[in-house]
Each structure stands twice: as C-alpha cells, then as structure tokens.
Design a protein around this ligand. Structure first.
Ligand SMILES: [Fe+2]
Length: 177
C-alpha cells in the first residue's frame, strides 16, 4: 500500500492509502471474437458527437454516443452493471489531454479493435501506469487523471459508465454477477 492524497468534499487534500492498481483492474467479462466483432460492427455504424469538456466546452478528442441498441447477450452478461450504469460507445485517435472525467466516476471499458496505444493514468504522487487494453475488459478509475497519446487509427470502445466510485464497482466484481 502506498500513501497518496485525495481531495475531500471541501477540496482539501487528505492523505489516503491507495494501491497503484486503484487506477484500473481487470474485469472478468470476456468477449469472444464473434461477440467483439458484432459490437465493433455496431460501433462503426453509429453517429458520434465530439465530446466537449464541461468546464470550458473545448474538445478532448474523444467522440461518444449513447449505446442505444445492444445485443441481448451483452445485456445479459452485464445486467448487474447496466442496472446502475449507462452504456456508451467511445472512439478516439488518442491525443487526449490529461484530465479527470466530468460526467462519471468510473467505467467498465471493453476494447473492440486492436490497438497498441495505451490509456495512461497518473496520481497526485506522480505514479504513472499504462493500461494496455489487449482487447479485454477493464474497470477504470476515471477520478484519477488519465490521458491517451496520439494513435494512428481510431480506438473503439464500448463502456458502461458509473456515477459510483471505482472502489464501489470494484467491490461488485468480487461477487458473482
Ligand atoms: Fe476520460
């Protein structure tokens, strides 16, 4: 365990025990190639909106859209999470500046196409961790600063976003779903 710092509700920094892995963790929901391809097809055919940062309405190079029609097998696999979260497609070619998310606290991210470009996380004590998605599903702590370096092609994801913190969703992963 490593001591870190986190802002409390009044914006004051408080010491806090955290593990580096509080940036992200693996989620044991696996998609086979056919399932991933089905979602990738949907992801490539929906209309995206440029994401604008809430505080200054500037783009962060992410493109998002609500995932309105998803296959029933996906809804079944993720039903516990869809009860409390909302699904969305996201794509970017990287070049996403360091930020914390303004409309969610955590998210489960399914990578839909192969990409070498990682998502990078850093914390208040300067620790840096790269998330190589490797076509897997990861729970991400979107309250930690993260960024994406420039990529040469679009990275496609299906995400379930939560207004509950990472730690709470991580607890859910320990139980059968
Ligand atoms: Fe983000």
């Amino acid at each position: 365990m490593i001591a870190g710092f986190v802002k409390n509700e009044n914006g004051v920094l408080e010491s806090y025990k955290m593990e580096v892995k509080d940036f992200y963790c693996k989620v044991n929901i696996n998609l086979n190639q056919t399932e991933r391809d089905e979602l990738y097809q949907i992801a490539q055919n929906v209309v995206y909106e440029e994401y604008l940062i809430e505080k200054d309405h500037t783009p962060d190079n992410n493109y998002i859209t609500q995932a309105e029609s998803l296959p029933s097998w996906f809804k079944e696999k993720t039903k516990e999470f869809l009860k409390i979260g909302w699904p969305m497609f996201l794509k970017n070619k990287g070049d996403v500046p360091w930020h914390t998310d303004d409309k969610r606290k955590s998210s489960i991210t399914f990578q839909l196409n192969d990409s070498e470009t990682p998502t990078m996380f850093r914390n208040e004590v300067g620790e840096l961790e790269l998330l190589h998605h490797n076509l897997g599903a990861y729970l991400q702590n979107n309250e930690q600063e993260h960024s994406v370096p420039k990529a040469d092609k679009d990275r496609y994801f299906l995400q379930i976003s939560f207004d509950k913190p990472y730690i709470e969703i991580k607890e859910m992963l320990k139980h059968d779903i």
